[in-house]
Design a protein around this ligand. Structure first.
Ligand SMILES: Nc1nc2c(c(=O)[nH]1)N=C([C@H](O)[C@@H](O)CO)CN2
Length: 122
């Protein structure tokens, strides 16, 4: 299966379980790999036939900037759900990193894999 990916998408967001985390935006980094049959756009050379990574990125940025969750698990699930629902993606892998959240670690976070049938109700 082919993929379209977005790597290292950095977005500032309200995220975290502690009181101080309710007040300051923290950087998050998304790596998203989306299953998509790229043979059609390869044949037509038409942007309208692609899974447009710029359009997906803009939607994810808007959602994450407006979000306010406690857990990275919740945010990852919601972002995965909107990509599956709104962009006709059948399957994806999403890594959500929270750099600097744990002293001594470059980043912490979650990796999830979801298909349309497995996505949590949002
Ligand atoms: N599995 C998780 N563990 C932790 C989370 C989380 O979202 N998922 N969050 C925190 C705190 O918000 C932390 O990031 C603050 O440094 C701790 N553990």
């Amino acid at each position: 299966m082919d993929h379209v990916f977005i790597e290292g998408l950095r977005i500032e967001a309200l995220i975290g379980i502690y009181d101080w985390e309710r007040r300051v935006r923290q950087p998050l980094v998304f790596d998203i790999e989306m299953a998509f049959d790229n043979r059609v756009p390869a044949a037509t050379d038409a942007i309208g036939d692609t899974l447009n990574y710029k359009a997906v990125s803009k939607r994810v940025i808007a959602f994450v900037q407006a979000s306010d969750f406690g857990l990275v698990e919740t945010l990852a699930e919601r972002v995965a759900g909107l990509i599956l629902d709104e962009f006709g993606v059948r399957r994806l892998r999403l890594k959500l990193s929270k750099p600097g959240a744990v002293r001594g670690a470059r980043a912490v976070g979650v990796v999830i894999e979801r298909s349309r049938d497995e996505a949590a109700d949002a």
